[in-house]
Ligand binder design. Structure first.
Ligand code: FAD
Length: 474
């Protein structure tokens, strides 16, 4: 193999010098250590994915600095038939940003301009860091309705392509809730990449497709008036009491929370930064509550037998160098456990309706030793829901799937985070509408290859034929 055809992935044999020459000076990273680092995301949360994905690398990283350069990257990749993975912050948990077939990573983080802030909306380039976006919005009296707990690293395009819910889903629904995403500007991968604008409900044709059916270059999102949220932590004798209190607060129409999470007491052992702020050994309620409604929160917490131990403004949290309370919620509380204890992993479980304390009690004796229960309360179209994102002690793959079975036998639905194909884990079935748009926007199937199991079966069909499979095939 000549130097110019050296392949880091071991999968692509082309003359890389010639390929780079066609990029007309667009920045690239080719050092194996850099390319390998950019090929990883947070898939290490799963010991199963760690085994399957840790030897999967791209061959080169392209770093376009604006949308024209992005378009040129796609054009050249199309000419060379190269697999493409678009990368934002690389914080996905299921290996979404891992290149399975080698080829190129497009690092989109330099395409990050905030283009317009209007009354109730913001238009921003896809590579914009979410924390920076939220901060800029706050200075003008707005905030994002929903953002992930990884906002300090994640990009807005990555959240739309790979994420779903987060801080704000309690009061504003998930990303997919009507009105949250207003418009997505998406590039196709063709000889001459074309721009498509998806508006309103049509944004769902691209949202949460893991970057397989188009490259998001610009987004317009709803914004909401910014509020003074108080960051609070309450503690309880046990998890059942904490969950009951969570349900009560969630149902109390007089208390608006942007975040409402309840956590097994064992999580507290890993929250070293909270040591001097809350009692040890107690179940936790983590919440961001409208400052005007904190008295109501205190009343509900105490009525349920809890103690409201920490109440801080954002400024106080910053001054005291504490992590923000949302870093004790969603998958961030698990991050702190997994970093400290390599034998831990996690699951993602939806609880059935109606939400009851009995369901928690029913599952506890079956899971207690290995599972740290952790529920996020949220609303979808106004309906209160709860999902369990527990940290789980991992012994064997067999035992992990027995735990999943226990949840499912008790009426809970599990979005398996130990799978790297979109249909296998998260969606449970193929999304033929997403795949039809893949055929239209990515006819050669270059975007994030290997992430859709169904694509292999349908890629020979026309887009309209693929779309017609909706409801017919699983
Ligand atoms: C500790 C932790 C906490 C988390 N908390 C949350 C949470 O609260 N809510 C939540 O939803 N998720 C959460 N996640 C998952 C993840 O952080 C979010 O989904 C995040 O928003 C992803 O953004 P990113 O920029 O890192 O995307 P990346 O990881 O870079 O990419 C995610 C996927 O989107 C694709 N993609 C990226 N940019 C584009 C683009 N411009 N066009 C097309 N495709 C693109 C990638 O190819 C990949 O498939 C968490 C993960 C961790 C590790």
């Amino acid at each position: 193999m000549t130097e110019s055809s050296f392949s880091i992935s071991g999968k692509i044999k082309i003359n890389w010098q010639e390929f780079v020459a066609q990029l007309n000076g667009i920045r690239v990273m080719q050092k194996p250590a850099q390319v390998k680092k950019a090929s990883r995301d947070f898939f290490w949360y799963s010991p199963i994915l760690e085994q399957q994905l840790s030897d999967k690398f791209a061959d080169i990283v392209l770093q376009p600095q604006n949308q024209d350069e992005l378009s040129h990257c796609l054009k050249v990749a199309y000419q060379w038939d190269l697999p493409i993975v678009v990368r934002g912050g690389g914080t996905g948990n299921y290996g979404q940003a891992v290149p399975l077939e080698g080829g190129i990573i497009i690092d989109i983080t330099a395409i990050n301009q905030i283009l317009e802030i209007g009354d109730g909306f913001v238009t921003v380039e896809a590579g914009c860091n979410i924390e920076k976006l939220n901060q800029t919005l706050k200075n003008q009296g707005y905030e994002l309705p929903v953002f992930p707990s990884t906002q300090n690293i994640a990009t807005i395009g990555g959240f739309i392509a790979g994420g779903s819910a987060g801080i704000g889903t309690m009061n504003n629904g998930p990303l997919r809730e009507k009105g949250n995403i207003i418009r997505l500007k998406v590039l196709s991968v063709e000889a001459e990449p074309k721009t498509h604008n998806f508006c309103g409900d049509d944004t769902l044709l691209v949202h949460h497709a893991w970057g397989i059916n188009g490259v998001i270059s610009e987004v317009t999102l709803r914004t909401v008036p910014s509020r003074d949220w108080l960051n609070c932590i309450a503690t309880f004798d046990d998890y059942v009491t904490a969950y009951a209190a969570g349900l009560q607060v969630a149902k109390n129409a007089k208390i608006e929370c942007k975040l409402l999470s309840v956590l097994d007491a064992r999580y507290g052992n890993y929250f070293v930064t909270l040591e001097n702020h809350i009692q040890k050994g107690r179940a936790l309620m983590i919440t961001m509550v409208d400052a005007r409604e904190v008295a109501g929160l205190k009343k509900d917490v105490e009525a349920c037998g809890g103690v409201l131990e920490l109440i801080k403004t954002d400024a106080e949290i910053k001054a005291e160098k504490l992590p923000h309370v949302y870093e004790f919620s969603y998958n961030h509380c698990n991050l702190q456990v997994l970093k400290a204890d390599k034998a831990m992993t996690y699951l993602q479980v939806s609880f059935p309706q109606p939400l009851t304390v009995d369901k928690v009690k029913e599952l506890q004796p079956l899971l207690k030793k290995e599972v740290f229960q952790h529920h996020e309360f949220a609303t979808i179209n106004g309906e209160l829901i709860a999902f369990d994102v527990p940290a789980v002690r991992y012994t064997t793959e067999k035992r992990l799937y027995e735990i999943i079975d226990i949840y499912e036998q008790h009426g809970c639905s599990v979005a398996d985070p130990h799978k790297y194909q979109i249909e296998a884990g998260h969606m449970h079935k193929a999304n033929f509408i997403h795949l039809a748009w893949k055929k239209r926007l990515d006819p050669k199937g270059l975007l994030n290859p290997g992430k859709s199991m169904a694509w292999e079966r349908v890629s020979h069909l026309s887009a309209d034929e693929i779309e017609k499979l909706t409801g017919l095939e699983g």
